[in-house]
Design a binder for this molecule. Structure first.
Ligand SMILES: Nc1nc2c(ncn2[C@@H]2O[C@H](COP(=O)(O)OP(=O)(O)OP(=O)(O)O)[C@@H](O)[C@H]2O)c(=O)[nH]1
Ligand SMILES: [Mg+2]
Length: 180
């Protein structure tokens, strides 16, 4: 998996994006929620064991006619997340659906998002680890992010359930955004 140091200039990235016409997607979410496992599933079509991400992973995936450049940012140092928000097309927020105790922490991060991101984007919330018995539906109340389109998708990086479904919904909303 390609790895960039977190100090890579955002400016270089946006120039690269423009020349290759890729859409920029950033994966965030609390540590251990399954961001890297989902990215690996998208890349390889199967579950792969992961290590906690230090800094970030970067991968390109193709879906239908579109190329997505995906930044998977480690959950441990959350102050890093906003470094990748420039020229964003979509944001994927991964939640561990077996960990109800983290609900308030997630809510706090969602609120922060609405302050950090000023443009209209597509927000895909993956409720991951649906293969586990203690996976539960989670309520986030009003996602304080009314400027954007929000998709909530149950999924599992282990079984693959819902992973491509989430990407398909996001792709559909991006189609609408570019047509309007
Ligand atoms: N059962 C199950 N385990 C999962 C799933 N997704 C991830 N895991 C496991 O959860 C742990 C954390 O997954 P990661 O993908 O590394 O989590 P992350 O969000 O990238 O974590 P950070 O990089 O630390 O922010 C690993 O042990 C994974 O194997 C899933 O859908 N089901
Ligand atoms: Mg990771």
């Amino acid at each position: 998996m390609g790895c960039l140091s977190s100090s890579q200039k955002e400016e270089d990235v946006s120039i690269a994006l423009q020349s290759q016409k890729k859409l920029k997607i950033v994966f965030i979410g609390l540590e251990g929620s399954g961001k890297t496992a989902i990215l690996q599933y998208l890349r390889n079509g199967k579950f792969t064991e992961t290590q906690p991400t230090i800094g970030l992973n970067v991968e390109t995936i193709q879906y239908k006619q579109r190329f997505y450049l995906i930044f998977d940012v480690g959950g441990k140092v959350r102050t890093l997340w906003s470094h990748y928000y420039d020229n964003l097309d979509g944001l994927v927020f991964v939640v561990d659906s077996t960990n109800q105790e983290k609900q308030q922490e997630i809510q706090k991060e969602l609120k922060k998002l609405s302050e950090d991101i000023k443009t209209k984007i597509v927000l895909l919330m993956y409720l991951n680890k649906s293969d586990l018995q203690n996976s539960q539906t989670m309520e986030f109340g009003d996602i304080p992010y009314s400027k954007s389109d929000v998709i909530i998708q149950k999924c599992s990086a282990k079984s693959g359930e819902g992973i491509w479904e989430g990407i398909d919904k996001m792709n559909g909303l991006l189609d609408q955004k570019f047509q309007s």
